[in-house]
Design a protein. Structure first.
Length: 293
């Protein structure tokens, strides 16, 4: 059954604290791909915070033996739900600087929200649950970097480390943007060629570009959303070298900005459970296409 975050928002999250995006660099073009949206609503339970944020994350996945055999059997996918619903209660901790290989950056940020207060962190968890279910149905072993089970974070360097230690075949970080009204559409962020400090993306740039292009192609077909009209030059793809989650990854990884929460038309989509299921389906189809080659 698909998941639905049906808890009404009570407070508006602080706007995103990250720096402005670098100029877009198109690595490839979007290719049209098929996909069938699942628009069934559902209900998912929340897990209370219990883990210490200073401890190593312990993402859980269903035992391999319990997974159905399918086209993704033997593959490991890590899903990284952007931000944390309680980050805003731990601003001191999330503002601590961590090493991103080429410099230092905040541990994490609060994320953005719609004008009505639907927090990005709630959106990312809901879509991540849906995405996990779709991938597991195809036989994939799926881990989350967190599942609303810790007081804040994890920090961006730990998020990268979780995917690396899992030896993931693909990692997808789920987000929604917080740009100006009138800026609409989705975009997929790809890692730039970065080498410095603890960062070296030379071995994952090409595979991450393929992962991102396949997700973008399926996303546009399945959701009906257009690629961003403000980032990526109409390609739905953007390359950045300032994100620790990408810089520190040693496995194929991308960020997916599903839409702009600050635009009312995009916000209407992002707050619709049926559209969130389509978003998860588009990402799942893109991930599967990449893994199957």
């Amino acid at each position: 059954m698909p998941y639905d975050d049906s808890v009404p928002p009570t407070r508006r999250a602080r706007p995103l604290l990250a720096a402005a995006a670098l100029a877009a660099l198109c690595l490839t073009t979007i290719t049209g791909c098929g996909g069938s949206p699942d628009t069934t609503d559902g209900a998912g339970a929340k897990v209370s915070a219990s883990a210490s944020a200073s401890a190593s994350a312990t993402p859980e996945a269903s035992p391999t033996a319990s997974l159905p055999q399918g086209p993704l059997t033997g593959k490991t996918v890590v899903i990284d739900p952007g931000h944390n619903p309680r980050n805003r209660e731990h601003t001191k901790e999330i503002n601590e600087q961590v090493d991103i290989g080429t410099g230092r950056k905040e541990c994490d940020t609060t994320g953005t929200s719609t004008d009505d207060g639907y927090a990005e962190a709630r959106f990312t968890l809901d879509v991540s649950h849906r995405l996990r279910e779709l991938l597991q149905a195809q036989g994939a072993r799926v881990l989350l970097t967190h599942d609303d089970d810790r007081p804040f974070g994890p920090c961006i360097d730990e998020r990268a480390r979780i995917g690396n230690e899992a030896k993931a075949d693909a990692v997808v970080s789920v987000h929604a943007d917080g740009s100006a009204v009138g800026n609409r559409g989705f975009h997929v962020i790809l890692p730039a060629a970065v080498k410095g400090g603890g960062a070296d993306t030379s071995k994952i740039v090409k595979s991450s570009a393929d992962l991102g292009a396949r997700i973008a192609g399926h996303f546009v077909r399945t959701t009906g959303s257009a690629p961003s009209n403000y980032i990526g030059g109409g390609t739905g793809l953007d390359t950045r070298d300032d994100l620790g989650g990408l810089n520190l990854s040693t496995v194929p990884k991308v960020f997916v900005e599903c839409g702009n929460m600050r635009d009312p038309k995009d916000a209407a989509l992002l707050t619709d459970a049926r559209w969130r299921q389509k978003a998860a389906q588009g990402m799942a189809d893109g991930i599967a296409a990449h893994l199957k080659g």
